[in-house]
Design a protein around this ligand. Sequence first.
Ligand code: NDP
Length: 243
Amino acid sequence: MTKLSGKTAIVTGASSGIGAAIAEQLASEGANVVLAARRKEKLEELVESINKEENGKAIAVETDVAKQSEVDTLAEKASETFGEVDIYVNNAGLMLMSTIQKGHVNEWDQMIDVNIKGVLYGVNSVLPKMVERSTGHLVNISSVAGHEVAKVNAVYSATKFAVRALSMGLEKELARTGVRVTNISPGAVATDLASHGTDEDLKKKASNSDRKKLEANDIARAVVYAVTQPDYVNVNEVTVRPV
Ligand code: NDP
């Protein structure tokens, strides 16, 4: 029997990078995982590979986390398929690097919608039931950019500070309810995250770093660590940086 047997976990942003690794590792601990993101075909590939294994099962639910109705549907499909949601990992995120002076208002809107509102919609979709059942675990993926601000990334950083603020507030609000909250702050991880912006110079700089980056699995292990502790242990903040 694996540690998360019979548990239901939702992972947003599971179509690539850190989210895909989290989904795989939760499933290998026995959790049934519901994979959410916009790229359905990527989710389906991961569903197929998870379902080939002996451990937890997976389904894909195409979801734009910036749309509240889609996030609510995600939570409904998860509980209909596998039973009440025990773990919700708010991992979906966008980093569109640029200085504020460039005035990329549309990119700010996207980051705020996905990185902040997406997290709130996710929490809102499962929290009432978790409180009613006196059990559940919210895991929010912030960043070291939620602790420190770089000059080319202030808006992204602001969204990740917001994720930490939400995690800290939730932790206080939910003390004694039985619902646990974990905020995870990764340093640089080798994923596609930095490739989505429009500033080619900054993208090049991000990819040219000579420092060995973390791997997505390094962050997934931190998630598994937090959600497999005994019920009375609430791991609130984990920061993982490359050496
Ligand atoms: P990726 O770009 O590989 O993954 C981002 C994921 O978010 C994708 O699965 C993408 O799926 C999903 N996503 C983006 N927009 C939406 C949306 N509107 N609705 C649903 N899903 C969405 O990057 P990472 O794996 O690195 O990023 C995962 C998280 O880790 C992010 O929150 C990021 O901020 C955080 N992080 C990453 C670090 C790094 O160095 N890589 C460092 C610190 C934190 P799709 O496009 O299919 O919708």
